[in-house]
Design a protein around this ligand. Structure first.
Ligand code: PEP
Ligand code: MG
Length: 293
């Protein structure tokens, strides 16, 4: 079985009807790229950058972040690398960042909400990303977007950083793609509109499921409600894919569901373009994709 899977490392994930699907890896630390490459990954579908901020006493500097992003982009040699901006709050805390005490942290001060409030923190990361962009095929996405306004505000800050960098004589790629995670039901429902403005979507099912079914992803007591195949979740996924495709944009998925072999046939049927998962699931996922129509 293991040997069978290893034969797929160099094989492209193409369905029987000839659709090429990207099988990419999720990473948390720059060194994780090696596991993705060893398993034949087509790219990085999610770099969870909050790991660069965790287990330390202070914020990572622009220089430190730049080195990390550059490392990943160079190792991936022009394969797509989707880097997600800081997603802190909810279940993820930083020891040096004071957070408000909230009744419902998953519905509170989190991810892009925090970054748009703390533009000092956000700009350091964006500058590092923009500087790294010339070393590979960079795509950047914003987490927890609930409306167009948040995407547009984020892009304004990106523009500001780009101008600053150019004035400093630093190079920035002009082919970066800018996308959002679809992990709040509102974004899925509005996907056709949002798709007019973004370059791509990546569906974050870990959060999308919890928000759709009002079932905390951390709670064992309600885990029986947390069902990726719930028809409401499937409808939202389909709406997201259809919405993106209606505007000629591509859609990936980077939540756990993307690597779930029981879900993959449905996702292929819906037209999902990219599946991103832990490196250890990639070959089996490819095998399942190869069997689909
Ligand atoms: C998700 O919500 O599906 C996701 C990929 O992001 P995270 O698990 O980091 O919240
Ligand atoms: Mg999420």
């Amino acid at each position: 079985e293991k040997e069978e899977l290893k034969k797929l490392i160099e094989v492209e994930a193409v369905t029987k009807s000839g659709k090429r699907i990207e099988v990419a890896g999720n990473i948390g630390k720059p060194e994780d790229v090696h596991k993705v490459l060893e398993n034949g990954g087509d790219g990085i579908g999610l770099f969870r950058t909050e790991f660069l901020y965790m287990d330390r006493e202070e914020m990572p500097t622009e220089e430190e972040q730049f080195e990390s992003y550059k490392y990943v982009l160079e190792k991936m040699e022009n394969k797509p690398v989707v880097i997600r901006t800081l997603d802190i709050g909810g279940d993820k805390q930083l020891p040096y960042l004071v957070m408000p005490n909230e009744m419902n942290p998953f519905l509170g001060y989190r991810a892009i909400r925090l970054c748009l409030d703390r533009t000092d923190i956000f700009k350091i990361q964006l500058r590092a990303l923009l500087r790294a962009s010339v070393y590979g095929n960079l795509k950047v996405m914003f987490p927890m977007v609930s409306s167009l306004d948040e995407f547009q505000k984020s892009k304004e800050i990106v523009e500001e950083c780009t101008k600053e960098l150019k004035a400093e004589g630093k190079e920035v790629s002009d082919s970066i793609e800018w996308g959002i995670m679809v992990e709040i039901p509102a974004a899925a429902v509005m996907a056709d509109e949002l798709a007019k403005h973004v370059d791509f979507f990546s569906i974050g099912t870990n959060d999308l499921i919890q928000y759709t079914l009002a079932a905390d992803r951390m709670s064992e007591k309600v885990s029986y409600l947390y069902d990726p195949m719930h028809p409401a979740v499937l409808r939202l996924i389909k709406m997201t894919i259809d919405g993106a495709h209606s505007q000629g944009k591509w859609v990936g998925m980077c939540g756990e569901m993307a690597g779930d072999e029981t879900a993959i046939p449905t996702l292929v049927e819906y037209g999902l373009d990219e599946f991103s998962m832990s490196a250890s699931s990639m070959l089996r996922a490819k095998q399942v994709i190869l069997e689909q129509k």
